[in-house]
Design a protein around this ligand. Structure first.
Ligand SMILES: [Zn+2]
Length: 326
């Protein structure tokens, strides 16, 4: 019995040591609406999460102060010390200088211009911090654990107020010259057209960003209507609501036909709030890809809906920490 006990104790010790050795990540996802933080284990499973309304913070410094407090709280709640944390990863809704850890600006959160967020957080937390654009992190998560798992090349889209994408080829994020690849929302669709938030015009986002869809729906249906309600109306067979989703699908399909011809990806993953839209959008977008992209790449591309929902950003942030330490 004694020998058995000591074996069990030994096994428990080895097990604990493995947990200690594998460590944890902190994943943070800052969006225009929500600030999300999570403690994530070495297998990218979320252990504990915290959620805040981004608009609840009057300014940048109170938001940063809250992030620092909440990271410490997550560690305290789980009796972890700095040694147990492999690093902190954070996604932001705008262009980020990945190499230097600087946030250039956030179109939907005022007051963030050229912020050296990596060094601010590292100083206050005493932990390694990596930052990246949220669409890139969502793509990394969907590629590693979600809808694009097993694919070689994937283009992952986030459709919401902003329209962005991340490109993953052979297991690596494609960042471009200055880490601003994937801005599919600003792919020009026409020579002339509506103004866009980026300062340009006739961009994809100016047609299929949430606000543009709402305004189109207002014009066609003659009243203010939320996107959820627009999908419900479409489900009940409302012709005008179906028309709006069909138009969104056509525009997105055109942009994706260009992506398919240029990159010949294995798959395209569609995430963000619009992924929950009425199926007419997806039917139309597949039709347009089939009609407008070249037959070989159009026949090879698979279109998936994102799988990891609103956790993708935090999980991708953890994956990024691991990648950065390789
Ligand atoms: Zn634009």
């Amino acid at each position: 019995l004694k020998a058995k006990n000591s074996l069990a104790i030994k096994a428990a010790f080895v097990y604990n040591k493995q947990i200690m050795k594998s460590g944890f990540f902190i994943g943070i996802d800052l969006g225009g609406t929500n600030l999300k933080l999570a403690l994530i284990d070495a297998k990218f499973r979320i252990k504990q999460r915290r959620l805040f309304n981004t608009r609840g913070f009057p300014d940048k410094s109170s938001l940063i102060r809250n992030i620092v407090l909440e990271v410490r709280q997550l560690m305290k709640d789980n009796r972890l010390t700095r040694k147990d944390i492999l690093g902190v990863g954070m996604g932001l809704p705008g262009p980020v200088d990945y190499e230097r850890g600087i946030v250039h600006f956030l179109p939907n959160i005022p007051g963030w211009e050229e912020v050296s967020l990596k060094s601010i957080l590292e100083k206050r937390l005493g932990l390694p911090v990596v930052l990246d654009n949220d669409a890139k992190l969502m793509s990394l998560a969907e590629y590693t654990l979600g809808a694009a798992r097993g694919a070689r090349s994937a283009v992952c889209l986030t459709l919401g107020t902003g329209v962005g994408a991340g490109l993953v080829f052979d297991g690596r994020l494609y960042r471009g010259a200055g880490n601003v690849s994937g801005e599919i929302g600003h792919l020009p669709l026409n020579e002339d057209g509506p103004r866009c938030n980026c300062g340009g015009w006739a961009c994809l986002e100016a047609y299929i960003g949430n606000r543009s869809i709402e305004s189109r729906a207002r014009t066609i249906l003659g009243k203010n209507i939320s996107l959820e309600e627009l999908s419900r109306l479409a489900s009940r067979g409302n012709r005008l609501a179906l028309q709006v989703w069909s138009e969104v699908g056509s525009r997105l399909g055109l942009a994706l036909a260009a992506v398919v011809n240029l990159l010949n990806p294995d798959c395209i993953v569609i995430g963000g709030g619009i992924a929950k839209a009425h199926r007419r959008l997806f039917e139309r977008l597949k039709e347009v890809i089939a009609q407008r992209a070249m037959s070989v790449p159009a026949g090879q591309v698979k279109i998936f809906k994102a799988k990891l929902a609103s956790d993708a950003g935090m999980i991708g942030a953890a994956i990024l920490v691991k990648e950065a330490q390789r």
